[in-house]
Design a protein around this ligand. Structure first.
Ligand code: GLC
Length: 768
């Protein structure tokens, strides 16, 4: 056994003098950073500001190892640099693996790979081992260990047994469970080891890889092609605590504008003609379908030049048209891509070249690759000055009346092969490489777009991005990119969104109906049902696919679609309450059951149900020709949303699920806010609110503000405490910072309604 190295202690930082020193930093009792400097400079893109809080801890030489202990975590490091973490009670959470990796070479996948290669196809290589900067962090795997998070990945809720790459990619292959990477890299994992929760966040933007026990039943590992060893151990008493800790570090999804929770209609191709968009808006109205926004895909631009608008397609006055739509309650969200068309007569390109704002080849020329506009240059978003330039360019879209901006292709996608690793990108003001900056490209574009909108509109920016890194949740809503109209993708939606939520992203959604391939009435119907609680509610499809607006298939699709959109709008106040809570806890809106109760073994890999907050359980139908399904109800009593019947929990029940029915259960004794029937989210403050009681008693904290700007941060919001106890219904305005209160509050009980009215003099609610 080698000897323990010397150490130095500086406040909450302990450095162990190994050949490559290992640094342990105590940030909070439940967050400890493990760091080995391998020469990579630069600050984190995910974590902003200092997160260290004054935290008591002890550090001692325990003979054959050092031991650092907070009130919640114990980190042991031995002379061979093994890092082991337990909780305060001594339960192992993270243990360095003592053996050597046995590299999987004879597995089915490798055999398959060879066959495919023999047939002349190229194979995506999962392994990244050849790089000189390569390192790996290998941890012991317990027989009872489950994994969650990992950002936006294909496959199932429990990631055990799968491997993934972290390298943002615009991959057009179907997103099935063997596809190792999608558009986002969020290298956080949550674990339940023998029932004990923990997490690790690997804050390294270089290409990395997670093998969650695919190669071996004895270990799992993280590896990266370069960068520092830099991971945060996240503790807590529950998975909820781990998510709270992770979002404390990387930030929480800010409160969105309330209308962004409304329905949004999109299709690649609409905005090629004003008439078509007009027809869509007319049909939404004609068919009584509530809607808040229409998205404008790349076709509205002048030859795919970002920050331009083709006037000819809009009777010479796109701005006037956007304003007209807005008057009807429909906001416009235009798309922009990072690729700037190589055209010396186009001001954005010309200015970018002149000021040196584009990424460059190693010999200093503007780097060009092809995207939608053809040959294009790529803004160097890592540089603050370039971000500011981009933010300012956003003024054009704000002036045109855009209510938000959809940013796409920001992995960055490039049609003529991947951008070479050595293309010069900036890491803030330092020259760096594509190799390092690739995974944070979309993040920096999102931040630039967010900052611009915030300055120009003064409202909570609505940015929707495809590419992201850890922490992008602070700046953008995300959608899961180009899924397909097929049943495996509606099935995948549930674990995919649940794991994104556990990875800090709360404002999320999929393309409803499926983007590529052709949808069908049944799939579209089941998709709107399954997605009706996803925070981002957008139907979007690719050009050339079968149309999938709610009315195109006639009845019964149209009526069912309408029924669910109306349900959604009634529950927007509930979703908004959950967002308000999320800003404080980091807990997502859509949750896997395991997040609400990680002690229930039955839900550790439950892929076809989810919860909305703590109290709504959704069990969508995700298979064709299905009219009944098995639903697991966790402990507690549940109420069938549709017929009010009580059902005992901790059992599987068979739910009826004809085409028009989404099995939906409310936890007994829940009080749900229930907004009015509207055709879009009201621009004016609501004067009344209803609460529906499920069960015989209940209480809720309800949040209200102007739904638009940042004044709530100065206290301009209201909090209502609504309660039903015994026969008594009461409402208290526990915080009154936003002037327009509800004049009237109605509580619907099983057998009666109680209405309370506001008395301004006493600021109280009294029975009518
Ligand atoms: C990408 C986007 C998709 C969009 C298309 C055209 O494929 O993911 O949503 O419609 O580009 O802009």
């Amino acid at each position: 056994m080698s000897e323990l190295p010397k150490y130095t202690q500086d406040g909450q930082v302990v450095t162990l003098a190994f050949k490559q020193p290992l640094r342990l930093t105590v940030l909070t009792p439940t967050i400890v950073q493990v760091f080995v400097d391998r020469g990579d400079q630069g600050a984190s893109y995910a974590i902003e500001g200092t997160k260290a809080q004054t935290t008591p801890y002890t550090f001692q030489d325990a003979g054959d190892h050092y031991e650092l202990a907070t009130s919640a975590l114990i980190v042991r490091v031995d002379a061979d640099k093994h890092v082991d973490v337990t909780d305060a009670a001594g339960h192992p959470l993270i243990t360095d693996y003592r053996g050597d990796r046995v590299i999987l070479d004879k597995g089915v996948d490798k055999v398959h790979q060879r066959l495919v290669e023999a047939e002349g196809h190229t194979v995506q290589k999962a392994t990244v081992k050849s790089d000189t900067g390569y390192y790996e962090v290998v941890k012991s795997l317990a027989p009872d260990e489950h994994f969650y998070g990992l950002g936006d990945k294909t496959g199932y809720l429990d990631k055990r047994g799968f491997e993934y790459d972290n390298w943002n990619a615009d991959n057009t292959e179907p997103q099935l469970e063997i596809l190792p990477n999608l558009y986002k890299s969020i290298p956080v994992m949550l674990g339940l080891k023998n029932g004990h929760p923990y997490g690790m966040f690997f804050d390294n933007p270089y290409k990395s890889h997670f093998d969650m026990g695919k190669e071996s039943a004895h270990y799992y590992f993280y590896s990266a092609v370069d960068g520092n060893v830099n991971y945060y151990v996240l503790g807590g008493n529950s998975l909820k605590d781990v998510v709270a800790n992770y979002t404390y570090l990387t930030g929480r999804t800010p409160l969105p504008q309330e209308w962004t929770l409304g329905y949004q209609q999109s299709r690649w191709g609409y905005s090629a003609s004003q008439q078509e968009v007009q027809e869509i808006a007319d049909n939404l109205k004609k068919y009584d379908l509530p809607c808040d926004a229409i998205h404008f895909d790349v076709d509205y631009m002048d030859g795919y030049r970002v920050f331009t608008w083709d006037k000819q397609k809009f009777d010479g006055d796109p701005k006037g048209f956007v304003a007209k739509l807005k008057k009807r309650g429909i906001k416009v969200i235009p798309i922009i891509d990072p690729g700037v068309k190589q055209d010396p007569d186009y001001s954005v390109y010309a200015e970018g070249v002149k000021k040196g704002y584009f990424v460059k080849t190693p010999d200093g020329k503007v780097y060009i690759n092809k995207v939608w506009p053809g040959n294009s240059a790529f803004p160097d978003f890592g540089r603050p000055e370039v971000r500011q330039w981009w933010s300012k360019n956003g003024q054009f879209l704000t002036d045109m009346g855009a209510a938000g901006i959809w940013i796409d292709m920001n992995e960055p996608a490039s049609f003529e092969g991947e951008i070479p690793q050595d293309v010069v990108f900036s890491d803030q003001d330092r020259p760096s490489t594509h190799k390092k900056m690739h995974n944070v490209y979309g993040h920096n574009m999102a931040k630039a777009t967010y900052d611009g909108l915030k300055a120009q509109q003064g409202k909570r920016p609505y940015v929707i991005t495809r590419a992201a890194y850890a922490g992008t949740q602070k700046y953008a809503t995300v959608w899961t990119g180009d899924n397909r109209s097929m049943w495996p993708h509606i099935q995948m939606m549930v674990p995919q969104l649940c794991n994104l939520g556990m990875s800090g992203f709360s404002f999320i959604g999929t393309d409803i109906g499926g983007f590529a391939s052709d949808t069908n009435p049944e799939l579209l119907t089941r998709w709107i049902e399954a997605a009706i609680f996803s925070p981002l509610l957008r139907n979007h499809a690719a050009m050339g696919t079968r149309r999938q607006e709610p009315w195109v298939f006639g009845e019964p699709t149209l009526s069912i679609y309408r029924k669910y959109l109306k349900l959604r709008y009634h529950l927007i106040p509930y979703l908004y309450d959950l967002f308000h809570q999320e800003t404080q806890t980091g807990l997502p809106i859509m949750r896997p059951l395991v997040l609400n109760d990680d002690t229930d073994e039955r839900v550790r890999n439950l892929n076809d149900e989810f919860m909305v907050g703590n109290d709504l359980l959704v069990a969508p139908v995700l298979h064709p020709a299905t009219t009944k399904r098995l639903v697991y109800l966790p402990a507690g009593d549940w109420i069938d949303f549709w017929n009010g019947q009580e059902v005992a929990g901790h059992q599987d029940v068979i739910a009826d699920a004809p085409l028009d029915k989404l099995p939906l259960y409310v936890r007994a004794n829940t009080l749900l806010p229930w907004g009015p029937t509207v055709d879009h989210v009201a621009d004016q403050p609501l004067t009344a609110m209803t609460f529906k009681l499920y069960g015989d008693h209940g209480s809720t904290q309800h949040y209200q503000d102007d739904g638009q700007d940042f004044k709530y941060q100065q206290g301009e919001y209201n909090l209502y405490d609504v309660r039903v106890a015994g026969q008594r219904v009461s409402v208290q305005l526990t915080h009154h910072g936003y002037a327009p209160v509800y004049h009237q509050i109605t509580v619907e009980l099983a057998d009666r309604q109680v209405t309370l009215v506001y008395d301004a003099a006493s600021e109280t609610y009294q029975a009518k």
